[in-house]
Write a protein that binds this ligand. Structure first.
Ligand SMILES: *[C@@H]1O[C@H](CO)[C@@H](O)[C@H](O)[C@H]1NC(C)=O
Ligand SMILES: *[C@@H]1O[C@H](CO)[C@@H](O)[C@H](O)[C@H]1NC(C)=O
Length: 434
């Protein structure tokens, strides 16, 4: 690197160390990021559902009709194959097909909830990641994951063999990509995070994400036509920043420096499903700022996830937006499960909440920065949740005593251990149902 560039970079790094919010300053002085930020805002506006209850009802209706007549413990769910056990309708959409490998893109039809319609790289070619290294952040080598995700065109990114990828700096995705690990065992670990910043239409399926670190920034390519200086990355597992139509499915997330998944800066149309989360303090952050009302646009579905061992709090922690938390299994928390501030709407349906033995941590919910006289108006509803070992959910909202009877009920919480049985990455073998 030339000396002048180096000293510029050094200047940035020093500034970043002093002002943590400097990242925004760098981006906002860069016309490319300015344009992306504007496009992202427009895209979020287009995806926003003015009547979100319609989406929660559609979700529940779909799940109920897909599972109708099936005893929750029976295998197959309408598909007689013995080797296939798709236990919820997202999985039923593709898992029982013995040719799943030839029909990989079928997955693009399977997202439910607010992320419905996320197609990722469906319209693009298959890209095979054959090289686990990440040694060049500005000119990534063909065959690496970093090279795949910066391409302009839609791509369906797959892994012919198992690998562990240690990202040297944050991985910046571009629009219309699917990361599909089926058939391999792929770990993103011990390095930097995955970041979706001002992008649209991404599917991430089947990754193991763990031990993600805070990492220095520097010059990083964020698309084929642009690279620039980035600040230090936070050390989230997956960061969704100002992005729309994102579907995270069958991912396992453990033990990262910051959150496991952050959804911030007016992101919307998001589904997080079939994930397995363990060993972490601040688990899911949906909205990072009490002063950023732009997060009112945020609409997220959290379904069929297993919140497992070693989790402490924030599953999720919400602000401003609308959150459908449905048919998840909460078997462990140390402080609380669902929290928030700034009047988020939280519709909790058909979840199982098993409280810890600690008598002071039985409450599922937690409100921050507001007295009861204020939060009593926040719409937080629990319908058909199974509350075990002394767990209790404190509801609030105008009509909490008579929650709208018109709502479609979720699948019963008693079925949740079955619905979430295959949370986390699946082991799929070609030419067999998965
Ligand atoms: C069963 O699996 C086949 C093969 O993939 C698929 O085409 C069919 O739609 C599935 N049937 C049901 C009822 O899920
Ligand atoms: C992504 O796909 C959509 C829909 O096909 C298209 O409108 C958009 O331009 C694509 N984005 C890029 C960056 O090519």
């Amino acid at each position: 690197m030339e000396a002048s560039k180096f000293s510029l970079l050094f200047f940035y790094v020093v500034c970043l160390a002093i002002f943590p919010s400097f990242n925004a300053t760098i981006e906002h002085s860069d016309p490319v990021w300015q344009r992306r930020s504007k496009e992202a805002r427009d895209s979020a506006k287009r995806s926003y559902k003015p009547n979100p209850i319609k989406v929660t009802d559609e979700f529940n209706t779909h799940v109920n009709s897909a599972l109708k007549g099936s005893k929750s413990t029976r295998r197959g769910l309408g598909n007689k194959s013995k080797s296939c056990e798709a236990t919820n309708p997202i999985d039923q959409c593709w898992r029982c097909d013995p040719n799943w490998e030839k029909n990989r893109k079928k997955l693009a039809d399977c997202a439910l909830g607010f992320g419905h319609g996320t197609t990722g790289g469906k319209d693009g070619k298959i890209y095979e990641v054959t090289d686990h290294t990440d040694d060049n952040l500005v000119t990534p080598k063909p065959g690496t994951l970093r090279h795949a995700v910066i391409q302009k065109e839609p791509l369906w990114i797959i892994f012919p063999r198992s690998m562990q990828i240690e990202l040297k700096a944050e991985l910046l995705l571009t629009d219309n990509k699917t990361i599909d690990t089926r058939g391999a065992n792929v770990h993103i670990s011990n390095g930097a995070q995955i970041t979706m910043q001002y992008v649209n239409n991404i599917i991430i399926h089947g990754l193991h994400v763990h031990n993600i670190k805070r990492k220095a920034g520097g010059l990083i390519r964020d698309s084929m036509s642009h690279y620039g200086v980035r600040a230090m990355s936070d050390g989230d597992g997956i960061s969704i920043f100002g992005s729309t139509h994102i579907w995270i499915d069958h991912v396992s997330l453990t033990n990262c420096d910051d959150g496991l998944i952050d959804v911030v800066s007016a992101s919307t149309a998001i589904t997080i499903s079939n994930c397995h989360l363990t060993k972490h303090n601040d688990v899911l952050l949906f909205g990072a700022s009490d002063t950023f009302s732009g997060d009112k646009i945020m609409q997220v579905t959290l379904a069929f996830n297993h919140f497992g061992k070693g989790l402490v709090q924030r599953m999720p922690r919400c602000r401003w937006g609308f959150f459908h938390v449905v048919n998840n299994d909460y078997t462990h928390w140390l402080m609380y499960a669902i929290g928030g501030s700034q009047h988020p709407t939280i519709i909790s349906q058909g979840n199982r909440f098993v409280a810890p033995n600690d008598r002071n941590a039985k409450e599922v919910t937690k409100r921050d920065y507001a007295p009861a006289s204020v939060w009593k108006n926040w719409d937080w509803r629990s319908e058909g949740d199974l509350l075990m070992n002394g767990a209790f959910f404190v509801e609030s909202g105008k009509d909490v005593k008579n929650a709208p009877k018109t709502d479609i009920k979720a699948r019963p919480a008693s079925e949740v251990s079955h619905l979430t049985r295959y949370a986390g990455p699946l082991k799929c073998i070609p030419n067999k149902p998965c």
